[in-house]
Design a protein around this ligand. Structure first.
Ligand code: CO8
Length: 262
């Protein structure tokens, strides 16, 4: 698959790394309902595609994703609004649950649903000009794509409340200090940094990476004893895989491992 998936969504494959770019510069990457539907269906296909081992999500120009398209909220029925929220919940959950590791390369405004997309990714790298925020409160609303739930789990309840209740934008140095980012890069260094990270992840053991992200996501929702038991079970299952045999053998033979994802 290569090229335009839907107006505003463009995919580019670089070996085993997929780069999905939001291209709606005139609206700072705001997501129309059609774009969210296309994203949901794209993620469904990617989850079944063993040839893709990492996903980078990025935007264009000044916008990563400036949230949901606010124009589409105006005057819709309650049922249509609720249906839209369910769609965004499903889509962001699917992004979080993707077997492959995901990186948000935040080039500009990551607001509302855009910040929520980044929060549903495993890792975030940001440009020095990026801005993060959940400004829904300024519309008399609240985040509906996981912002009030994923943000406090990531940065703590009080810091999240301040951001959600004021709608203030956060600069990348603050986001980094709060532990949200793996790196901050100059604008023209953002994609090289994100691709370098993606390539390193793509070269890793796919089963261990898939299980590792799931283990951490499931473990933080569970009690410590439950999480620790889960960890032992997952590790035991991984030990039985060809990848683990290959990894151990490659180390002993002093060569690079070749992981087949089995
Ligand atoms: N929706 C629709 N259009 C938008 C959006 C948006 N979210 N954000 C920006 N645009 C448009 C502007 O209307 C403008 O269009 P035009 O040129 O036709 O007037 C164009 O993008 C450029 O924007 P500005 O002229 O405003 O650019 P500035 O540099 O002056 O300001 C800001 C940039 C500060 C980012 C400003 O555009 C802004 O505040 N945007 C709104 C951000 C926002 O409130 N986002 C949250 C939306 S609600 C949401 O995301 C709910 C999530 C629930 C989950 C749903 C998942 C799909």
């Amino acid at each position: 698959m290569n090229g335009g998936l839907h107006p505003g969504l463009v995919e580019d494959r670089r070996d085993s790394v997929a780069v999905l770019r939001i291209e709606r510069e005139e609206a700072l990457g705001a997501l129309s309902r059609g774009m969210v539907e296309a994203l949901e269906s794209y993620l469904g296909g990617l989850a079944r595609d063993g040839s893709v081992r990492a996903l980078v999500l990025t935007g264009t120009g000044k916008g990563f994703i400036a949230g949901a398209d606010i124009g589409e909220y105006d005057g819709v029925t309650q049922a249509a609004f609720d249906d839209y929220q369910r769609l965004s919940r499903r889509t962001f959950d699917a992004l979080e649950a993707l077997p492959q590791p995901t990186i948000a390369a935040v080039n500009g405004y990551a607001l509302g649903g855009g910040f929520e997309v980044a929060l549903a990714c495993d890792l975030i790298v940001a440009s020095t000009v990026a801005r993060f925020g959940l400004p829904e409160i300024k519309l008399g609303l609240l985040p509906g794509g996981g912002g009030t739930q994923r943000l406090p789990r990531a940065i703590g309840t009080r810091a999240a409340k301040e951001l959600v209740l004021t709608g203030r934008f956060m600069r990348p140095d603050e986001a980094e200090r709060r532990g949200l980012l793996v790196a901050v890069a100059e604008p023209d260094e953002l994609m090289p940094a994100a691709l370098d990270l993606a390539e390193r992840l793509a070269a890793g053991a796919p089963l261990a990476i898939r299980e590792g992200k799931r283990l951490i996501d499931d473990g933080v929702q569970a009690s410590l004893p439950t999480g620790l038991a889960l960890e032992q079970r997952v590790l035991s299952n991984l030990y039985a895989t060809d990848d683990a045999r290959e990894g151990i053998r490659a180390f002993l033979e002093k060569r690079e491992p070749r992981f087949g994802g089995r």
